[in-house]
Design a protein around this ligand. Sequence first.
Ligand code: NAD
Length: 488
Amino acid sequence: MAYSDQTMPASKQKEEMIHLCSYVAGKPVHSSKKLEVINPYDNTIVGTVSITGREHVEEAVSAALNGYQPMSRYERFSVLDKARHLLAERREEFAHLITAESGLCIRESMYETGRSSDVLHFAAIEALHDDGEIFSCDISPNGKARKIFTVREPLSLIVAITPFNHPLNQVVHKLAPAIAAGAPLILKPSEKTPLTAIKFAEVLYEAGLPPYMLSVLLGETSEVAEPLVRHPKAELVSFTGSVAIGKHIAGIAGYKKLVLELGGNAPLIIMDDADLDTAVYLAAEGAFRNSGQRCTAVKRILVSEAILDAFTEKFTEKAAEYTCGDPSDPETRVGTVIDEPAAMYLEDVMNKAVAQGARVLLGGNRHGALIEPTVISNVPRDAQMVVQESFGPLAPILSFKDIDDAINLANSTSFGLSSGVVTNQMDVALRFVRELKTGTVNINEVPGYRIEKSPFGGRKDSGLGVKEGVIEAIKSFTFVKTFSLPWG
Ligand code: NAD
């Protein structure tokens, strides 16, 4: 990704290169300043986006506020449902675009498009549900013969900022609930993966979304993202991304609602009674899927000392099945990370862990933005690669003595997004459910398991506890008004 005023050398262009624009309320913004999006695997230019400046922020805000017309529930349902059909028809096209701009392998990109269809489906259904509550008031000596009713009104303007790691699904998780709620939204997608986001916005316009409901702006952070976050007319900022930027946004946003979905450092805890094949499978899927670039990816494999050797041997064999290479090859299971600097960071934290006594049992090599799925044992508890978030296909193994030690170790970082536990003992499972300080505890599943409408989100540095997932996001994007009537 690079901002440029120049045309690129012909040798670097690909035939299928696409040129897209930012959109202000459905109108394409043409400008001479372009953002180039680079394929992290082969360094070709995938496409360009004409970018916007501060004046477009004001235009987009005015368009959302002045153009507003309430959409009926049926209209909101219809847009979401039509978009779901359009996305299904173009599934391959979207998957190839995700792979080209992010380096995620094509099988992950296909999976992501399916998840995004689920989000649209669930949001369409929610748009049809009435969400009011009724409170009878004659329920105490202080009561009256009245009833109180609740209605949810859409917020007047939402700002949404998304990360690169699920170029489509992160975007759909903001846009679909906003449409279901009837709330206008301005999206600032990741500058590393903007093409998928803009293509999806075009799908929504084609599905009949009124233009004032959505603008998509890309530009320098100081010109677009920060003015949007600070804008006094924005009633909510919904941000998914890193802890550092999330906390910065919390500092500059001012008086408005905030939804912050930040980094993770999920443990998979493997108890001594665990079914070893299940544990090995979950550890590998959790650590390597999506090139390890999921906020809920397994970042720490915590294994009972009693089964450490047996687990490590089997896991290393399993990890070797995760072939890495050309992301567009259907046989590839692990594509690149987002760019070469990200891969170099991962290499650096690996080297630091090795200097502290860790041993690389498999992988460990880097080729450009490609990092081999890597199994590392004897990782010290204070190694940077496990204390901070390592956003890549690294699988560090740490051991624990007993359940108290496992809980302390799992809770020892500043993150609190998700966790997984492999055990067949119900009392053990329930103790983890009670004592792990994470937004999710999945028993005999990867930490990342969810459905798109269940509540999702972390605590501590992973988030303020305001959840996402289709239903919770719709709640965030609306304001509850009560009214009361005499009743009898
Ligand atoms: P990032 O924080 O670098 O960027 C996220 C977005 O913020 C991008 O669109 C970026 O342009 C924008 N941004 C950058 N500086 C900004 C500023 N000063 N003001 C406003 N916006 C700004 O994150 P990333 O590298 O794109 O994504 C990876 C991170 O996202 C990881 O930490 C991962 O765990 C996290 N993540 C969290 C969840 C979750 O649900 N908790 C989901 C996916 C990813």
